[in-house]
Design a protein around this ligand. Structure first.
Ligand code: ZN
Length: 293
């Protein structure tokens, strides 16, 4: 039997962050724990909490440090406890968190909840700087609902579905983003910028990938047109298809409708969650640590 995945239960979350003070203390710690001297007076780092403010003060020169300065929490009047709780929801969910759900669950207006949701998406969007290497599945999909359910205006304007391209490495890292089209000249630069040359690329038999064979170590093709789902060498793109299935479920089931303008952010959020899906306990800390970069 496979080992059970680690959990990050609500009880564990509340134990770590029981109140506003615990959240602020945590931010102060991840932001300033590596500093040995006061950045203003240069003497030892001896800061004390200023009551009633989100800041700490140097006991030598009274210089103040705000751990939330320059982060998404900057100037927000929403309690840090609420911010942390919403981030917890973002890490625990499989199908995303709607802004309306945040509005219903907390004492915040819809504008605030929408801003929080988008800021967490931005937070999850950053972070993958290294090129992927190993065995990488690639595929593309189209998002935008079926024509039969479309509003007459959308049909009349000839709006097309939005293309999304995705890559899934065998180390678990997943990325996806909106692309203007799925032509080979569009996809090749993206793949070259994200994948090491010594990698094995696994795709379906689409023409979009015909150039892959001479740019990377190996190109394994799974021919879906012949109802092949595992090729003769044992390669498959099932992982990537599973990824897109979850992305579509998140968009249809939770957000109902996502504008083309924001679709990229939803892809990034899903990629982040998918990449860290086997370690929800660490996902929260990874997301929060990105704030301090
Ligand atoms: Zn000082």
């Amino acid at each position: 039997m496979a080992a059970a995945l680690p959990k990050f239960t609500f009880d564990q979350f509340k134990e770590r962050f029981p109140n506003e003070e615990a959240c602020l203390n945590h931010l102060f710690k991840i932001r300033y724990s590596n500093i040995a001297a006061c950045p203003n007076c240069g003497k030892g780092f001896d800061y004390v909490r200023v009551v009633g403010r989100r800041c700490w003060q140097c006991t030598q020169c009274s210089h103040q440090l705000y751990p939330t300065a320059g982060t998404i929490f900057h100037k927000s009047t929403t309690p840090m406890e609420t911010w942390f709780h919403v981030l917890y929801m973002f890490c625990i969910t499989r199908n995303g968190v709607a802004a309306k759900e945040i509005e219903r669950s907390f004492n915040v207006c819809y504008r605030t909840s929408l801003r929080m949701a988008h800021q967490f998406k931005d937070l999850m969007n950053s972070g993958i700087n290294e090129k992927m290497t190993g065995q990488i599945q690639m595929d593309e999909t189209f998002i935008g609902g079926s024509d039969t359910n479309r509003h007459l205006n959308s049909k009349a304007k000839g709006k097309e579905k939005t293309a999304v391209f995705g890559m899934l490495c065998n180390d678990g890292t997943a990325v996806s983003d909106v692309v203007p089209n799925t032509k080979s000249k569009t996809l090749l630069p993206i793949i070259q910028a994200s994948v090491e040359r010594n990698s094995t690329i696994i795709t379906d038999s689409s023409q979009s990938y015909y150039y892959v064979w001479n740019n990377f170590k190996k190109h394994e093709v799974v021919n879906h047109l012949k109802c092949e789902y595992v090729n003769k060498n044992g390669y498959t793109t099932n992982g990537m298809e599973n990824y897109f299935m979850h992305l579509k479920r998140m968009i249809k089931g939770t957000h109902i409708q996502v504008s083309e303008k924001h679709l990229s952010k939803y892809c990034a959020e899903h990629s982040f969650r998918y990449t860290h899906r086997n370690s929800p306990d660490k996902m929260f800390d990874i997301a929060l640590n990105r704030l301090m970069k």
